[in-house]
Design a protein around this ligand. Structure first.
Ligand SMILES: NC(=O)c1ccc[n+]([C@@H]2O[C@H](COP(=O)([O-])OP(=O)(O)OC[C@H]3O[C@@H](n4cnc5c(N)ncnc54)[C@H](OP(=O)(O)O)[C@@H]3O)[C@@H](O)[C@H]2O)c1
Length: 254
């Protein structure tokens, strides 16, 4: 029998959460039955949508919603052999018994020198969001100039780099001077701290006086991650992300 740790939503919050809105609990898990697997969390994703869903889609006492990279440690489902990894919508839990529904297998030949945490970041949903937004929503073309908000975060940091590879000029806005420096390191053409600029309109004109047009560069995509250690720190990582402490994708490593 395995004892899982879970973080529950103790008290719904309006606006900004505090540590006291969450409670760490234990949960006894039964052995997996036929068709089921026992999962162990390796990396947990920390995302902005958690605030919205905890207000509208959850009630007090529910396990916090979320996605993780998990390892299959017991299996009675041949699709998910022991030792394989999956993306699992298990919420803020260290362990979970579930049938295979909703699990996304991670390819078995995942390169050893690439962290599996990237399946929650640049190679996962935030990376796809960045690519889809650029290609399908914006239809961004070489030579165009792009402005990115929350540019130092999971999606924004990838958006800016893809736009650079496509030959665009990229201007990023972020919430601290350290993030502005970080965006320059990633190759953004211009970056500014939206919290300290006098006039946003003037700053935007200064960043691109010619009306936001073009520059070409090329390079490798970096996938910055902001890793917090230990499952016990899930609320701290979530609150920190909402305060803007993350550079790149916010992840908790178990
Ligand atoms: N991750 C995904 O797969 C995904 C998918 C679809 C849509 N989205 C949406 O894309 C946006 C960015 O997501 P992300 O995953 O890349 O998050 P993120 O940028 O990694 O983290 C959130 C960042 O947003 C800023 N922020 C936090 N609270 C804020 C507030 N109340 N008002 C304004 N800015 C705030 C902070 O940066 P500063 O310090 O720079 O302010 C913080 O670091 C979100 O709206 C999210 O819902 C994400």
């Amino acid at each position: 029998m395995v004892r899982a740790k879970t973080w529950i939503l103790k008290k719904q919050f309006d606006g900004f959460p505090e540590r006291s809105n969450f409670e760490l609990k234990g949960e006894e898990l039964s052995e997996p039955k036929n068709g089921e697997v026992l999962l162990e969390a390796v990396f947990l994703s920390v995302d902005p949508y958690m605030r919205l869903l905890s207000s509208f889609g959850m009630k007090n006492g529910d396990v916090m919603i979320g996605t993780q990279v998990a390892k299959v440690i017991q299996s009675k489902n041949p699709t998910f052999p022991i030792g394989s990894h999956v993306i699992a919508p298990c919420g803020w839990r260290t362990h979970n018994v579930c049938c295979g529904e909703g699990l996304i297998p991670i390819m078995r030949d995942w390169p050893q020198d690439v962290s599996l945490s990237l399946a929650l970041g640049a190679i996962g949903m935030p990376g796809l969001t960045a690519l889809y937004g650029i290609e399908e929503v914006l239809g961004l073309q070489r030579g165009e100039t792009l402005l990115v908000n929350a540019a130092a975060g999971a999606v924004g940091s990838v958006v800016g780099q893809i736009a650079k590879i496509k030959g665009c000029k990229v201007v990023g806005s972020a919430g601290s001077d350290a993030k502005v420096a970080f965006l320059k390191e990633l190759g953004f053409d211009q970056a500014f701290n939206y919290k300290t600029v006098g006039s946003l309109e003037e700053e935007l004109k200064k960043a691109s006086p010619d009306g936001y047009d073009c520059y070409f560069d090329n390079g490798k995509l970096r996938s910055p991650e902001h890793i917090t250690k230990d499952f016990e720190n899930m609320p701290a990582a979530f609150i920190g992300m909402l305060k803007g402490e993350n550079f790149g994708k916010s992840i908790v490593a178990v």
